[in-house]
Design a protein around this ligand. Structure first.
Ligand code: FES
Ligand SMILES: [Fe+2]
Length: 384
């Protein structure tokens, strides 16, 4: 349980103004859909533990459908996933004293060590709606009637003719450090030695200088996804010549492939980079809160396909090229940077000690939108 670490210093919150709710959401936003495992990672009858938003889930597949329930026995709090036991279809039995729950509803239906207990039929575990899309299992971490999944993913992700492949891993940084690394317009500086730059002949400047106007498109309609587009091309110019005291010291890479002219970030914490890492691909990547100090980095690439042969070609290209060159080769730089930045942002005071500069204006837009358009803040009491 993350009760102690979920709290944010009230003095820090008071100083954060319009983005205080975002700063408070150390464990993420409640009442949103989050990707968890890839569909192929949950087989029929299998049980997989998945900690998320400071809570713990147990994911299983029953007659083809994925179910998500809290991975913590109501009796004495142990995790079922330590030793999942199942003696009747559709139930999970706690390995400790035999409390047995229905997977679909969370209801305590029997106790193998005391069949007459008055607790039977009274206790219930929290269960969370689950839905599969594009090869991922999404779970709605909340208590209200879930909105459509389409409201919590970037535009285009659920397109029927989009083939999606991806990878996921744990990163030792808060989820917001992940979001802000992905959306940060001058962080391209860390990618200057990436294998993708030379391997894919990518045009990669050192950064982007604002030209005076700020151009963002904030999408905040009552229904549908909520996010911020950074119209980089309209309010900045790429910097290829790095200077100190007027003398050139470092050059960007003037490659032939121009990508990523449409970058946007969406609630509850997912980036869309179009096109990337190639003119035929879009990258969608999530920063799913695991706890206060870690997130799951779920990276996917999507390509519009017309036929089964197109899907096969994309799968082969993903395995032979993009997995190593882009998802690992390029984005490993980002993982390294986030884990380094977490050393600072693990302290609440970081949010008031940071000193943002002009190109960070897009990050400010994101913080403001996330603060006003989220459906709730994950708090310690949700974990009890
Ligand atoms: S802790 Fe689960 S049955 Fe006792
Ligand atoms: Fe990056």
């Amino acid at each position: 349980m993350a009760a102690v670490t979920a709290r944010v210093d009230p003095q820090v919150l008071a100083a954060c103004g319009a983005w205080a709710p975002y700063v408070e959401a150390k464990l993420g936003f409640r009442n949103h859909w989050y990707p968890t495992l890839f569909s192929i990672e949950i087989e029929e009858g299998g049980f997989v533990a998945f900690p998320i938003l400071g809570d713990r889930l147990l994911l299983t597949r029953l007659e083809g459908r994925v179910h998500a329930l809290r991975d913590r026995c109501a009796h004495r709090g142990v995790a079922f996933s330590r030793k999942p036991e199942c003696y009747a279809q559709g139930t999970i039995t706690c390995w400790y004293h035999g409390f047995t729950y229905r997977i679909a509803t969370g209801e305590l239906c029997d106790i193998l060590t005391d069949p007459g207990s008055r607790q039977i039929g009274r206790l219930k575990l929290p269960v969370f709606p689950a839905q599969e899309a594009q090869g991922l299992v999404f779970v709605f971490m909340g208590d209200v009637t879930p909105p459509p999944l389409a409201d919590d993913v970037p535009p285009g992700f659920l397109d029927e003719n989009l083939a999606v492949r991806g990878v996921r891993q744990t990163v030792n940084a808060n989820w917001r450090v992940g979001c802000e690394n992905g959306f940060d317009s001058t962080h391209v500086f860390i990618h200057k030695q990436s294998v993708l730059v030379t391997g894919n002949d990518l045009a990669l400047p050192l950064g982007f200088r604002p030209t005076g106007t700020q151009a963002f498109r904030v999408v905040d309609d009552p229904t549908g996804p909520k996010g911020v587009y950074d119209l980089l091309g309209e309010h900045s110019e790429p910097i290829f010549d790095g200077r100190i005291d007027g003398r050139s010291v470092l050059q960007g890479h003037p490659g032939a492939t121009r990508c990523a002219y449409d970058i946007s970030i969406w609630l509850p914490g997912v980036l869309r980079v179009y096109p990337w890492p190639d003119p035929s691909l879009t990258q969608f990547e999530w920063y799913v809160p695991l706890d206060a100090e870690r997130h799951y980095y779920v990276q996917t690439l999507g390509r519009t396909v017309q036929s089964a042969a197109d899907v096969d070609a994309f799968n082969a290209e993903f395995e032979t090229k993009w997995r190593a060159l882009a998802l690992a080769g390029f984005n490993d730089d980002d993982i390294w940077a986030r884990e380094a930045q977490q050393e600072f942002y693990r302290h609440d005071e970081a949010w008031v000690k940071e000193r943002l500069f002009e190109p960070d204006a897009n990050i400010v837009q994101w913080r403001r939108l996330a603060s006003r358009a989220n459906r709730g803040i994950q708090r310690s009491e949700h974990l009890m």
